[in-house]
Design a binder for this molecule. Structure first.
Ligand code: F6P
Length: 407
């Protein structure tokens, strides 16, 4: 059996995915069972291309800075492996590379699409009787993975969203004119991140006054009724909308849905802009839309300490579980209590997680479908806790260099 390992990252970036990578690197370096750790550049495609960099040579200082660096040190891909029964070649190639590099364990850090790769590789390893352990480590700002209480990256993105909504509210309240500001938030077809905007409310500001999630069909007429009612009560209205809101027939409100990726996901964008035009036409007050877009995924300067710590643990635990002989799993977080917030790390069968999405429970959304309940606040509040000491140079954030990704 081989002694080396490979790690790779896949899907959309987060502020915490490199923290999980740091956890894997530290654990492999400390391991008596494993020798070298290779990082594959651009996910599973990097394995197929044998595009590796050695990570076990990195020193502790670099690994610590890496854990607070957003996005993906190893780059990403959105690549779907075929079913091995239909096309076995990529599997033969990947397991050929595993053999060539003396690989004992493969770690894939990603969301539900990436867990499809973990599930397929584990099934193939079983079929050919390979001893290579295949492990998934969760991440996604969307927070839509099953089994785990929440996903790494979500807490940091939620912290950024809630803080940004509060800042937008401060900006908006200064003018003594009626206004509507619509903020569009990522999350695809899950509303977790948009819902977390509610954390910005305090004793004098109810912003966001209205919250629309993709879990509820969006009705444009009802939206205008909701807004008019709120404008009677307040001067400035802030609205949080998910990029994935859609009408009862499933048509996205997004102004443009670019081509689908390999997993059949459309790139959603412009729901806020579409509603801005609607409000201009129907109500006629000052209106603006803000599409937070990629800013919410890589805001390392506002990462949640809780999120980064959990992410490191999920990475290092994945290494320990493979050393104990486990394969075909994803590491998960089990919440033990809300106040004080405590959790433990475990693992679950990845085939029960891949390709599925966890929605916000209907009972955590108000009856009118334009706000969330206290349950959701209780759930998300501990995940944004704690600040990370940032690294700055000449007044600007300074992260670990990534020349290998820049062409
Ligand atoms: O899956 C995470 C995510 O950030 C979603 O919230 C978003 O819709 C999607 O990725 C965007 O993906 P891409 O960067 O590939 O366009």
């Amino acid at each position: 059996m081989g002694k080396n390992c490979i790690v790779a990252q896949s899907g959309g970036p987060t502020a915490a995915i490199n923290a999980s990578l740091a956890g894997v690197i530290s654990a492999v370096k400390a391991s008596e069972n494993y020798d070298k750790l290779y990082g594959a550049i651009h996910g599973i495609q990097g394995v197929l291309r044998k595009n590796f960099m050695e990570l076990s040579v990195l020193d502790e200082d670099f690994i610590e800075r890496l854990s607070a660096t957003p996005a993906m040190y190893l780059g990403s891909c959105r690549f779907k492996l075929p079913d091995y029964k239909e096309d076995e070649q990529p599997y033969k190639d990947i397991f050929g590379v595993f053999e060539e590099y003396d690989i004992s364990a493969f770690f894939y850090i990603g969301g539900n699409d990436s867990m499809d790769t973990v599930a397929k590789l584990s099934a193939y390893a079983k079929k050919i009787g390979s001893n290579v352990k295949i492990a998934g480590i969760p991440k996604t700002i969307d927070n839509d993975l099953l089994v785990t209480d929440h996903t790494p990256g979500f807490g940091s993105a939620a912290k950024y969203i809630a803080s940004s909504i509060r800042e937008i509210a401060y900006d908006t309240y200064i003018y003594d004119v009626k206004s509507v500001t619509i903020v569009e938030i990522m999350g695809r077809d899950a509303g977790w991140l948009t819902a977390s905007a509610a954390l910005s409310r305090n004793e004098f500001s109810m912003a966001p006054h209205l919250i629309y999630l993709p879990e509820v069909s969006f009705d444009k007429e009802q939206f205008i009724v909701d807004l008019k009612r709120e404008l009677e009560k307040h001067k400035n209205i802030i609205v949080a909308v998910s990029e994935g809101i859609h009408d009862k027939d499933g048509n996205y409100i997004a102004a443009s849905t670019a081509k689908e990726d390999k997993f059949g996901h459309a790139q959603l964008s412009g729901a806020g802009k579409a509603l801005e035009y609607l409000v201009k036409e129907e109500i006629g007050v000052k209106v603006r839309s803000v599409e937070i877009n990629v800013l919410q995924r890589a805001a390392g300067h506002m990462a949640s300490k809780t999120d980064l710590e959990e992410s490191i643990n999920l990475g290092s635990s994945a290494v320990s579980y493979t050393e104990a002989g486990e394969t075909g799993f994803m590491t998960v977080i089990r919440r033990l209590s809300d106040e004080p917030y405590t959790y433990e790390i475990g693992y679950a069968d990845v085939s029960k997680i891949a390709n599925e999405a966890k929605s916000v429970p209907v009972s955590w959304i108000n009856e009118a479908g334009n706000d969330i309940t206290g349950e959701l606040i209780k759930y998300v509040r501990p995940l944004v806790e704690g600040e990370v000491d940032g690294y700055y140079k000449d007044g600007i954030v300074e992260y670990v260099p990534i020349p290998h990704l820049v062409k």
